[in-house]
Write a protein that binds this ligand. Structure first.
Ligand code: PMP
Length: 304
């Protein structure tokens, strides 16, 4: 589906018309893939639009930048404020938010240090990432033939732009084989995560999710799942999982800012069926929380 345009994009401190938000063809990040980004959502609440866990996302953006030695020329507070302003000037009550830190036009070659670190923030209306049907009845997953990168090849804690070649290859493979989404295993064979989502299985009433050491990003939605599960009295554990754990799970689901909380209905054609009670409980509470309907999670709604 083509993007639904918004009006303005924040680029290095100024608002630029959507159609004029261009970069030079010799932009360093375009060639070598070194940049960092975030994916955030703004939701409509009864008190107006609120960016969900904005401060946590901007903090992760800075952590990603730090890992790659990118010196962001703004403070975290400035980018929080710039994000809110971008949502405000575009007059959107709900939208996706994409801050990007990239190396601009400077020198070519693999040394990134001489290139300017530039920042943009774009927002646009974006519906369900894995489809309404998937949200209701679950998505069909395929374990990818591509592995998640080894932590000593690319650091899983960082959201680096070029790292997503791995996700894109797995995504395309899954789609071409007729599935909705891919699951990647780590180089030593443990379950890692999906192409842009964390993964959970439910076994004997407990929620289990793979650790960062298996190559998974420390997801902010994953942290929400942990808080919600704990508050609902559901056991939540970080544990190494094997591929067969996916096949024998009582329930499984995935989480991510774009995807939100989505049930998994099958893995490699092993049917898990319609979403189970724990998946539903987490999903329902998450959707209430993003809309500001749960008092105990109101801190997550950062009003613009
Ligand atoms: N894993 C990967 C690889 C991702 O790109 C994302 C999306 N940022 C996630 C997990 C989920 O993270 P979050 O819940 O913070 O969006």
């Amino acid at each position: 589906m083509p993007l639904t345009k918004s009006e303005k994009i924040w680029m290095d401190g100024t608002f630029v018309d959507w159609d004029d938000a261009n970069v030079h063809i010799l932009t360093h990040s375009l060639h070598y893939g070194l940049g960092v980004f975030e994916g955030i959502r703004t939701y409509e609440t009864s008190q107006g639009p609120a960016v969900f866990r904005l401060t946590d996302h901007i903090k992760r953006l800075f952590d990603s930048a730090r890992i790659f030695l990118l010196d962001i020329p703004y403070s975290a507070d400035e980018l929080v404020e710039a994000t809110k302003e971008t949502v405000r000037v575009n007059n959107l009550s709900s939208c996706y938010v994409r801050p990007l830190v990239y190396l601009g036009y400077g020198e070519m070659g693999l040394n990134p240090l001489p290139c300017p670190v530039q920042v943009s923030i774009a927002v646009w209306p974006w519906g369900t990432y894995l489809g309404d049907e998937g949200l209701k009845h679950g998505v069909r997953m395929k374990v990818s033939s591509w592995q998640r990168h080894h932590p000593n090849a690319l650091p899983p804690a960082a959201k680096g732009t070029g790292m997503y070649i791995n996700s894109s290859m797995a995504k395309v493979e899954a789609l071409k084989a007729g599935y909705d989404e891919a699951i990647l295993l780590s180089p030593n064979g443990y379950v890692s995560e999906c192409t842009g989502e964390n993964l959970f299985v439910v076994q004997d009433g407990r929620i289990l999710t793979p650790p960062v050491s298996a190559g998974a990003l420390a997801g902010i939605t994953q942290q929400c799942v942990k808080s919600i599960a704990t508050d609902l009295g559901i056991d939540y554990e970080v544990a190494h999982l094997l591929r067969s754990d996916l096949y024998t799970a009582d329930e499984a689901f995935l989480s991510g800012t774009a995807a939100e909380v989505v049930p998994i209905r099958s893995v490699d054609d092993r049917e898990l069926g319609e979403p189970g009670p724990i998946t539903r409980a987490i999903q329902d509470t998450y959707f209430a929380a993003v809309k500001g309907e749960v008092d105990r999670y109101k801190d997550w709604n950062e009003h613009v």
